[in-house]
Design a protein around this ligand. Structure first.
Ligand SMILES: Cc1cc2nc3c(=O)[nH]c(=O)nc-3n(C[C@H](O)[C@H](O)[C@H](O)COP(=O)(O)OP(=O)(O)OC[C@H]3O[C@@H](n4cnc5c(N)ncnc54)[C@H](O)[C@@H]3O)c2cc1C
Length: 478
């Protein structure tokens, strides 16, 4: 594309992936503008002055792409640890191995029966039900999933249709309401593919009778984690390769679409020919000048969960080998606990310290008291039996980060909204990508985000395909 200047908003995984690929293809007319004073976006990590390393909520590295795996190996020079997931659900006084529905034998008998009867009825009503119908290309993208919970119209109905009322009441409803902070009846069921383990009644029964743990489901059943520096180590490793091509503390505030001009918070401006943005989509749309009321209206149909991540650093020996635990009940505000120093011992200052990280979701549908959140998380750990009362005195460090855009919610109206916004932006040379840039949870992990950037670079320079977004045909840029 000759001397065209490609401007990239955001030095998170998407922006860095795009820049990396442009450079790899020998293209040098690009620059990244990043609002933070650090790179990595939501995948950044921070070291506190007590020597604890923190992620923005527990991140684990797993992948659907060889390109990403090779990039990972190259940037981290193989200095990472390999883990086999040990994750759990905390229910009452016991830990149930994840996925809940495959490990019902851990439940007390009356509850186990309630779940089994519900599952049995569901399997009778919806024979062969596995996961929602996906277009065939998406199905192959996610490695093939079976047919349908066809009658349900939304995520809430789908849970009932597939899991029955016992599993729904005990785990699926309360956990998802807490994590998404969004009404389940306003969420679609199309995102579920590899994000929720669906049920095979015979397998559930067999696991109970043979007393077998069934824990290997899902794409993150094995994962990697950088030896040192947290998840963010992967993204700060891009820096030496992109010297002079990233401006930090550079928040874009306005975009003049006709002049192709970016305005920044510090008063400066830069022109571009093509703009790649990984800023949250509603924010991108609200920066456009002249304003686009049609796109602003469409963006109102997008929804995002916000999150507060609370890290607690302890003195004392690290507890067990758990990776993370889900909390469906209301004894604690968190939906997930990560045993972060179990990901890498170097996440704690030494072997006599350990760290826990709790994630709390909030939204207009689920408000929280931010000013008391650390105490609520600590008390929740005690009430849930994760910490003993006397361990509270061993807390030597706390870390809190508030994330306005944490999860892009797959709402019933999302696809129609994106179908209006993304092609319209492309017509004015703006390509929005990434977790909140595209707002598609199904392709919102780090590997997907890096690859959205990489594939966009291929498309801009060589009209290459963009396989990660291709299944979402409503995005097609006309
Ligand atoms: C709690 C939590 C847990 C997660 N766990 C995992 C996991 O286990 N595994 C996994 O693969 N993924 C996980 N993710 C997802 C992962 O964080 C994202 O996939 C990834 O960070 C998305 O990259 P991105 O570049 O699209 O967006 P971001 O990381 O959000 O980066 C966007 C960047 O754009 C910048 N920006 C925004 N607006 C402007 C502006 N106006 N001007 C300049 N710069 C701007 C931001 O500062 C930011 O740096 C998790 C996310 C969360 C929130």
């Amino acid at each position: 594309m000759g001397e065209n200047h490609i401007a990239i908003i955001g030095a998170g995984p998407t922006g860095l992936g795009c820049a990396w690929r442009l450079k790899e293809l020998g293209y040098n007319h690009f620059h990244i503008y990043e609002a933070n004073k650090y790179v990595g976006g939501l995948a950044a990590s921070f070291k506190d002055d007590r020597g604890f390393t923190w992620d923005v909520g527990g991140h684990v590295l797993f992948s659907h792409y060889k390109y990403y795996d090779d990039l990972f190996d190259r940037l981290l020079e193989r200095r990472y640890l390999n883990h086999i997931r040990t994750s759990w659900i905390r229910l009452g006084d016991r830990f149930i191995p994840y996925p809940f529905q495959n490990n019902l034998r851990y439940l007390p008998t009356p509850i186990l029966l309630e779940c089994l009867i519900g599952l049995h009825r569901a399997s009778q009503n919806s024979p062969g039900a596995r996961s929602p119908k996906l277009c065939s290309s998406l199905r192959s993208h996610f490695g093939g999933v079976g047919s349908v919970g066809d009658r349900s119209r939304n995520f809430r109905e789908w849970i009932l249709e597939i899991f029955g009322d016992g599993v729904a009441r005990l785990f699926m409803f309360p956990y998802n309401e807490k994590a998404w902070a969004f009404p389940l009846e306003e969420m679609s069921k199309e995102w579920i593919a590899e994000r929720v383990s669906v049920v095979d009644f015979e397998r559930v029964l067999k696991n109970i009778i043979t007393q077998k743990d069934d824990v290997s489901w899902g794409p993150n059943s094995a994962f990697k984690f950088p030896e040192e520096g947290g998840t963010g180590a992967l993204f700060s490793a891009f820096l030496p390769h992109l010297k002079g091509r990233i401006s930090l503390n550079k928040r874009c505030t306005r975009i003049e679409t006709e002049k192709h001009l970016l305005h920044f918070e510090d008063g400066s401006e830069k022109s571009y020919n093509t703009l790649v943005s990984s800023a949250p989509l509603p924010e991108l749309v609200s920066m456009l000048e002249p304003p686009r009321p049609d796109l602003l209206t469409a963006a109102n149909d997008l929804a995002f969960t916000s999150g507060i991540m609370v890290g607690l650093g302890f003195s004392g020996p690290p507890p067990g080998n758990k990776n993370w635990v889900y909390f469906p009940d209301d004894r604690t505000p968190i939906y997930r606990l990560t045993y972060f120093s179990n990901y890498s011992p170097k996440n704690a200052p030494d072997e006599n310290h350990f760290s826990l990280m709790g994630e709390v979701s909030y939204s207009p549908h689920r408000e929280i008291n931010k000013s008391n959140i650390i105490n609520e998380v600590i008390e929740g750990f005690v009430k849930s039996g994760i910490l003993l009362e006397e361990q509270k005195k061993d807390i030597v460090s706390t870390f809190v980060i508030d994330v306005p855009y944490s999860y892009p919610v797959p709402t019933l109206r999302r696809n129609a909204a994106l179908g209006r916004i993304i092609p319209a932006l492309a017509q004015v040379d703006i390509h929005s990508r990434g977790r909140h840039g595209l707002c598609i949870y199904e392709i919102g992990n780090m590997d997907h985000s890096v690859m959205q950037g990489v594939e966009l670079a291929d498309a801009l320079l060589n009209k290459g395909a963009q396989p990660t977004i291709a299944p979402f045909i409503f995005l097609q840029e006309k």
